[in-house]
Design a protein around this ligand. Structure first.
Ligand code: F6P
Length: 357
């Protein structure tokens, strides 16, 4: 192998630059091979936009959020957007360009980009995957994704800040967090930040149960309550709240708005003044935590090792203490949701956190 390619696809996550840096350093120092980075995911591949990644090109990027390569979520080469509502299959062209430029490709992405990587691998492209997403919802082995730790640490800090103002004003404060169809960010930040109520997509909620919890707190002279709501949470028998649809994306639904709905309803039903904070993309930006920097670095090194060893069609995945290669086909098994019978959720219930059920 002489030349390795790398790209970042889908939504960004803190730690992407740390992976790129680790790939470049490992490739050059350990294996004496060159690395090029395609700009803006598969879109940049199709437009043949790439850059040589030298050690000096990746110098200083370890603590930087975002991705120096750029990314997009409108870049599926199998369903490439050509006009409003029209897509075409440009996968053959994509494979040709990649083969012309590099001997193997590392795709750093979530379920969307890794599914594309899998389809390209099935067509014979030498590809290795590296899992990222703040949502921590990738169903590849036990894969822990980098970006998650940073996202929920930030949401935890937000809860700490909201706690004091909620308490001072005797209010209900609702914090809406991301996570798509899984409640990992809400559950983890809610636990770490001492939320009283956590609403997640895996457990449809009813307002009566939430109000019972708030009344209980009032009886204990606790005149404020903190609610964390995942963007994908919904009322029993209700629907998820959609914020917008993204034209040209093959995953067009963007959730958002449930926090406002919950705050308005709780104010109406309890008479307690309520406010909502939506964390949004603040969870995705900024510097990765030490945990995410280390995980991203380990993933970058492991993905480079796999590529050089010719073990294609796999994604690196942290399972316990070890990083293991998991077949890319596992990405097609859907997303990993919060285990509602798991120890974490049970522990939360035992300390009195209400899930609205
Ligand atoms: O998958 C990561 C994520 O941040 C989700 O939590 C969120 O629903 C979505 O991406 C937001 O996407 P966009 O950046 O396109 O608004």
């Amino acid at each position: 192998m002489k030349r390795l390619g790398v790209l970042t696809g889908g939504g960004d996550a803190p730690g992407l630059n740390a992976v790129i840096r680790a790939i470049v350093k490992t490739a050059i120092r350990e294996y004496g091979i060159e690395v090029i980075g395609f700009r803006d995911g598969f879109k940049g591949v199709l437009e043949d936009r790439h850059v040589l990644l030298t050690e000096s090109a990746v110098s200083g990027i370890l603590p930087r959020g975002g991705t120096i390569l750029g990314t997009t979520n409108r870049d599926n080469p199998f369903k490439f957007p050509v006009a409003e509502g029209r897509f075409e299959d440009r996968s053959e062209e994509c494979i040709e360009i990649i083969r012309d430029r590099v001997d193997a490709l590392i795709v750093i992405g979530g379920d969307g980009s890794l599914s594309i990587a899998h389809e390209l691998a099935l067509k014979g492209l030498p590809v290795v995957g590296c899992p990222k997403t703040i949502d921590n919802d990738l169903a590849v082995g036990q894969a822990k994704t980098f970006g998650f730790d940073t996202a929920y640490a930030f949401a935890t800090e937000a809860l700490d800040r909201l706690h004091s103002t909620a308490e001072s004003h005797h209010r209900i404060i609702v914090l809406e967090v991301m996570g798509r169809y899984a409640g990992h960010i809400a559950l983890h930040s809610g636990l770490a930040g001492g939320a009283d109520i956590i609403l997640i997509p895996e457990i449809p909620f009813s307002y009566n149960k939430i109000i019972d919890k708030i009344q209980d707190r009032l009886k204990q002279n606790k005149r404020f309550s903190l609610v964390v709501v995942a963007e994908g949470a919904k009322e029993v028998g209700g629907e998820m709240v959609i914020q917008k649809m993204i034209a040209g994306s093959d995953d067009p639904v963007r959730l958002g708005g449930i926090g406002e709905t919950v705050a308005r309803q709780l104010e109406r039903l309890t008479g307690i003044e309520s406010r909502v904070t939506v964390l949004g993309h603040l969870q995705r930006g900024g510097s990765p935590t030490p945990y995410d920097r280390i995980l991203a670095t380990r993933y970058g090194v492991a993905a480079t090792d796999l590529a050089v060893q010719g073990q294609f069609g796999y994604v690196v995945s942290l399972d316990g203490e070890k990083i293991k290669p998991i077949h890319l086909s596992e990405v097609a098994h859907g997303i990993r949701k919060v285990d509602t019978e798991g120890e974490l959720l049970k522990a939360a219930r035992k300390i009195g956190i209400c899930f609205g059920d």
